[in-house]
Design a protein around this ligand. Structure first.
Ligand SMILES: [Zn+2]
Length: 343
């Protein structure tokens, strides 16, 4: 299996985010790339660089206004006397049907859902490279490989069509799905990150050609709070094409695997041509974010179960999973499991 990664993806270096009102070091750090690459190589993957795909595919998912903001915000922000070293919002519209603001401070509030996705000097460049990594992995699968792993960092599943949040700027999972639709009639997205993929859900919420299924910690008392509930099923033509499977905090391997069966049943009845697997390793029992309790051995079983049950051409997109001793090892076990091996 190929592992797609660009060196440009490590340049983005968010300094902080707010936790209960306190500034804390941002765990979505560049060293995640080193750890995840180590894990992918240990599973026998072969590293490859993405090509330059321009902005065409990215612009099928994100609005022109948002892309212009993301590209230029840091430069505009830096011209403000005394501004901090990262673009972070301090005011949000209560209603997003408002007049589109001209000021970069107001645009930050409009385009940023929370304070965990600050924009620095290299955020645009790294985010675009991460999206190209997702596109390139989709190309590999469209060319006939049964699966490919996109080491997409920064991650993407909390980013909506015109909004950043939760360490995410461009929605790599949605971009991969859109790209696959050039050759596929329909695509299923299975999101197994600790957090609900609210950005991905919102992008496809009204559509029937992309089925979105997410297993995640119950948002009733967990980020992203406002989305990810079981009652959210899609709208208009997309009604019934979104399935949320919230899990109690502390869920371990057994209940996770049992709930995966519900995801498989829905995906099998949808009968897609391809799968985008949004892989979060922050479900690990030792992850610093601490929400679910998946064991290291569990990742091998989960990877093997997904690949052997669904048997679909699969683009694996990296979402969360934060620095801890077992991050690399958990990825190795998962990818080995996907390939029918035990690591
Ligand atoms: Zn997550």
């Amino acid at each position: 299996m190929k592992c797609v990664l660009s060196a440009r993806q490590t340049k983005h270096y968010p300094a902080s985010f707010l936790v209960n009102g306190e500034r804390q070091p941002n765990p979505e750090s560049p060293d995640r790339v080193d750890r995840l690459l180590e894990g992918a190589l240990a599973a026998g993957l072969e590293r490859t660089e993405p090509k330059d795909y321009g902005l065409a595919v990215i612009a099928r998912v994100h609005t022109p206004e948002y892309l212009a903001f993301l590209r230029n915000a840091y430069k505009r922000w830096s011209r403000i006397a005394g501004a901090a070293s990262e673009v972070t919002p301090n005011i949000h519209p209560t209603n997003r049907d408002c007049v589109y603001p001209a000021s970069v401070v107001a645009q930050a509030g409009y385009h940023m859902a929370d304070a965990s996705a600050p924009i620095g000097a290299d955020t645009w460049d790294s985010s675009v490279a991460s999206a190209w990594t997702a596109i390139h992995a989709s190309e590999i699968v469209m060319a006939g490989d049964p699966m490919a792993y996109a080491l997409t960092r920064p991650p993407g599943h909390h980013a909506g069509a015109d909004i950043a949040g939760g360490f995410c700027y461009l929605n790599n999972t949605a971009i991969a799905a859109e790209h696959l639709l050039q050759k596929c009639r329909s695509v299923a997205i299975l999101d197994i990150d600790l957090h609900h993929g609210n950005g991905t859900q919102s992008i496809f919420y009204h559509r029937a050609d992309v089925l979105t299924v997410s297993l995640h910690a119950d948002p009733v008392r967990f980020y992203p709070f406002f989305w990810g509930h079981a009652a959210e099923r899609g709208t208009a033509a997309g009604l019934g094409y979104n399935l949320n499977l919230p899990l109690p905090r502390g869920t371990g391997d057994q209940l996770f695997l049992k709930t995966l069966e519900e995801a498989f049943a829905r995906i099998e009845s949808f009968a897609p041509d391809a799968l985008v697997l949004a892989l979060g390793l922050d479900t690990y029992e030792g992850d610093p974010i601490a929400g679910l309790n998946i064991s290291s051995a569990g990742y091998g079983t989960i990877g093997h179960t997904i690949a052997s049950r669904l048997r679909l051409p699969t683009v694996i997109i990296q979402e969360g999973g934060y620095p801890c001793e077992e991050l690399a090892g958990n990825l190795t076990r998962f990818l080995a499991g996907m390939q029918g091996r035990v690591a």
